[in-house]
Design a protein around this ligand. Structure first.
Ligand SMILES: Cc1ncc(COP(=O)(O)O)c(C=O)c1O
Length: 435
């Protein structure tokens, strides 16, 4: 299509700003290097630096595949078989075009893993949490003769993942994707201090009004800090607010914390059913891109109507359902974890080994899980990570724009003691050079 001159001018103007901004970003060294993965074998990766065209053979310490299931034969074969049975895509949503049997099998399996009876699947965490707030705060579908006129107060741990903060803040505007929001369902959003149940109690006292529907949203394990939410204390606070909903994002806790890797309830040996019986509604978000060798997400709750309504939310009914190979890979991962609970202990052992090794060399490491955020003083994390990659063949994530500057290292069951020793030695050498 040939653009008329006036459109071209406008187009040029918009792109000029984008181009200028992008150039500045690169000049400041703020845009991440793009790497292309050419081959994977366990933690051994062959990658291409797209800026320099250089090929590198590296040990991966940045993948979230903490249990090493993404490349496991059982998981790969399950995905291949599912493609043969159902094809690569479901090509529609479940609301209008039904589910594949794998969806039901996976939902049942997650419910049993989380000990929460009803589960609904999504393409990813963002869509799941958006559906959750659309459904809970605004009721997913409008009914002409039902207008409950409610106010929901959402309390969010201020370090929560952006899928939570994004869904919570957009809930203030109404149902996602609706140009004319309904006015009868009001949503207020307030942050509380990171992992601070006392602050949550204070803020609830200050902001909750009689008749409010209360929803507390938190990561179970925080993705940039590796900290664990204080579940018992949060439950105590919420026991003063009957019917409060407690949403835990289990992205980094499933398969990682708790004796059987069940996540935050398993970690604190709290039965979600007991919490439910105390008048608090536990809702969990499970994702498959970390502990399970797949991608996708699920919301579990004790309320069947709520889980059924999730299917009517825009981020369910307005998009294709989780493809069969992804559902099969997630299901096979869950089954494998059930048969091999020792994976959880191995991961914990590796994370502790790495944390101790780093501490012994004077590195400050935050958190207490498989995520190891390492403080590196005033050294720019991009430079640190680049030197590690090019001179020592170890790949870690530099973090500078979503959080304070640090290196984010992920422990995995696939790392050997030697891999971890090499990583620590490399960090020491690079620190010496750059400090
Ligand atoms: C705490 C948390 N929640 C949600 C997500 C998104 O998960 P997914 O990419 O599996 O949808 C992430 C991803 O990094 C995360 O760290």
């Amino acid at each position: 299509m040939i653009l008329p001159n006036c459109v071209k001018l406008r187009y040029h103007f918009i792109m000029k700003v984008i181009n200028e901004y992008f150039e500045r970003l690169c000049e400041h060294g703020l845009y991440p290097t793009r790497y292309r993965v050419l081959k994977k074998n366990g933690i051994k990766y062959k990658i291409l630096d797209e800026d320099t065209d250089q090929m590198l053979e590296v040990d991966n310490f940045c993948s979230n595949d903490v249990l090493g299931l993404a490349q496991l034969d059982e998981v790969r074969n399950a995905a291949k078989t599912a493609i043969d049975r159902f094809g690569a895509s479901n090509s529609s949503c479940t609301f209008y075009c039904g589910r594949v049997s794998l969806h039901a099998d996976l939902e049942e399996s997650i419910s049993s893993f989380k000990k929460i009876p009803h589960t609904h699947l999504f393409l990813n965490a963002w869509m799941a949490v958006q559906a959750l707030t659309d459904t809970y705060c605004h009721l997913a579908m409008k009914l002409p003769d039902y207008s409950p006129k409610t106010r929901t107060l959402i309390m969010v741990d201020h370090m929560s993942h952006s899928c939570i903060t994004s869904a919570a803040t957009s809930a203030k505007l109404g149902i996602s994707g609706q140009l004319f929001p309904r006015k009868d369902m009001v949503v207020e959003v307030k942050p509380y201090r990171h992992c601070d149940a006392e602050n949550l109690a204070l803020r609830l006292k200050k902001y909750a009004s009689k008749g409010d529907r209360i929803m507390v949203m938190t990561d179970s394990v925080f993705s940039m800090e590796g900290t664990i939410a204080p579940l018992p204390e949060i439950i105590e606070v919420l026991s003063n607010y009957e019917g409060a909903v407690l949403v835990c994002d289990e992205a980094h806790s499933s398969g990682v914390i708790g004796k059987r890797g069940g996540g935050i309830y398993d970690h604190f040996t709290i039965d979600p059913n007991h919490v439910h019986e105390r008048g608090i509604e536990p809702v969990t978000l499970t994702t498959f891109s970390k502990f399970a060798g797949s991608v996708g997400a699920a919301i579990s709750s004790f309320n069947k109507s709520f889980t059924l309504l999730l299917d009517a939310a825009r981020t369910s009914s307005g998009t294709a359902s989780l493809s069969a190979p992804l559902a099969a890979a997630a299901l096979a991962s869950l089954q494998y974890l059930e048969q091999h609970p020792e994976l959880v202990a191995t991961l914990r052992w590796n994370a502790n080994y790495l944390r101790t090794g780093l501490n012994n060399e004077g590195f400050e490491v935050e958190g207490e899980t498989a995520i190891l955020p390492v403080k590196i003083g005033g050294i720019p994390p991009q430079d640190f990570a680049r030197k590690l990659l090019y001179e020592h063949g170890v790949w870690v994530s530099p973090v500078w724009y979503v959080d304070k500057p640090k290196l984010r290292i992920m422990a995995s069951v696939l790392h050997t003691e030697q891999d971890m020793d090499t990583l620590v030695e490399s960090l020491v050498m690079v620190r010496q050079k750059l400090a």
